[in-house]
Write a protein that binds this ligand. Structure first.
Ligand SMILES: *Cc1c(COP(=O)(O)O)cnc(C)c1O
Length: 429
């Protein structure tokens, strides 16, 4: 019997009268996969529950933050206690330094940092700082990478921008985006050429070290090392956007996995344990250019919010204390899921390319290896949409776009993998 979605359907109709597309973030509307999004009531561990009483195995983890599964008890308790002491002060607390020390422990390159409330803010602020520090205006980003929705970054962006098939965004004056150079990912020659064409004009290169927002795309061997070398040669800063990969692919993010020392790092998602939180940080001499010490302005009413700090501390402390067991287990569970479904597709002659790094992965419906945005875009998005709908109908919630990474949490147990494989066998038939 098909799942009932009658309550969700009514809620969707009401939402559409109140929110554009019925949502507060565009990809949640399921436009690219078809069907209506279920409305959720609660979640626990690896499972989501909707208004009609349906249960789903969660493979998108709130787009990344929920690495320990939903309603992780120590985080819930920490938030509860912090809420009782007041949700916000707008003044300094000890918790900010406590979380910052944990971040520094995981990311030694982050000597000093600032907390903000989202990944968007983290990237926007890091770019402003890089421009202010170098006195150069141009920024290199890569096609399919997403660094939040600030004006200058909505050029050939990933995530919802590619999901909806729009080249950029209306409302961004060309003057605002004209200093953004968008180059193909995994192509060092393009970067060398850009620097050769504009010596002394490029302030920074910002990159998702493992692309997640065009689906999962790992860096080619030597690529990140090449970016490090070229930026250093030209006096530009290297910003690793680890909003997704930070605390995810290793405790110390992609920079630890690939042994790259960036000038600045942006963080988000896991850092707040599901509460709105982001951070940017790096070399102390660069960070000291921020107000009140330096001329680059940046601020936030809710920055370092006590509830977000509490959830972040509980999450990072657990990851740090259990690093040796958590990360190998996440990698194994994810490989198991990613490869088992890939073999089912292979048996049935369904073209599928699987990219995985740690506990993030993507099944691309294409025969081509996916190494950059152009190859990701060869995917059959209609086939992905059919797969997504069928999996949802069988109780598995995948990210609702071909161009978003799926995530596995520590709550995903072997019986959940078996459940998922059963769903996939039907969905791919
Ligand atoms: C999610 C994401 C962002 C934006 O973070 P928000 O909290 O959604 O503003 C930026 N960069 C990367 C790599 C991301 O995955």
């Amino acid at each position: 019997m098909p799942l009932s979605h009658s309550r969700s359907h009514l809620l969707q109709q009401r939402a559409e009268s109140l929110f554009p597309g019925g949502v507060n973030s565009p990809v949640r509307a399921f436009r690219s996969v078809g069907g209506e999004p279920p409305f959720l009531t609660h979640a626990e561990g690896a499972y989501l529950y909707d208004e009609d009483g349906n249960r789903y195995l969660d493979l998108f983890g709130s787009w990344g933050p929920m690495i320990l599964g939903h309603a992780f008890p120590p985080a819930v308790e920490a938030i509860r206690q912090a809420a009782g002491r007041s949700a916000s002060f707008g003044a300094s607390t000890a918790a900010e330094a406590q979380l910052a020390s944990l971040v520094h422990q995981c990311f030694p390159s982050v000597e000093k940092l600032r907390f903000v409330s989202s990944g968007t803010e983290a990237c926007m602020s890091a770019i402003r700082l890089a421009r202010g520090f170098t006195n150069r205006n141009f920024v290199i980003k890569f096609e399919g990478c997403y660094h939040g929705h600030s004006d200058a970054m909505l050029v050939k962006a990933g995530s919802g921008v590619v999901t909806l098939g729009i080249p950029g965004s209306a409302g961004v004056p060309p003057e605002t985006a004209m200093h953004t150079l968008a180059l193909p990912f995994n192509d060092l020659e393009a970067v060398r050429a850009a620097f050769a064409a504009r010596p002394d004009e490029i302030g920074c290169v910002i990159v998702e070290p493992i692309v997640g927002n065009a689906g999962t795309i790992p860096p080619a061997p030597g690529y990140l090392e090449g970016l490090r070398e070229i930026t250093r040669q030209h006096g530009a800063l290297l910003i690793l956007d680890e909003v997704m990969t930070g605390f995810r692919v290793t405790l110390g993010g992609a920079q630890r996995l690939y042994n790259i020392q960036p000038d600045l790092t942006t963080l988000g998602k896991i850092i707040g344990g599901g509460l709105p939180c982001g951070a940017f940080g790096g070399r102390a001499d660069i960070m000291n250019h921020l107000a009140p010490l330096g001329p680059v302005y940046q601020a936030g009413t809710l920055s370092g919010n006590p509830l977000a700090m509490a959830a972040g501390i509980a999450t990072l402390q657990h990851l740090i204390d259990n690093e040796q067991t958590i990360y190998p287990q996440l990698d194994r569970t994810t490989a198991d899921i990613a490869n088992s479904v890939a073999s089912i597709a292979c048996e049935r002659n369904i073209p599928l390319t699987t990219n995985q790094v740690g506990s993030m992965f993507t099944w691309f419906f294409t025969v081509n290896p996916v190494t950059d945005f152009a190859s990701a875009a060869t995917s059959d998005t209609a086939a992905f949409g059919r797969f997504h709908r069928a999996m949802l109908e069988h109780g598995v919630w995948l990210p609702p776009s071909q161009f978003e990474a799926a995530f596995v949490s520590t709550a995903h147990a072997p019986e959940d993998v078996a459940f998922l494989l059963n769903a996939a066998r039907t969905a791919l038939s």
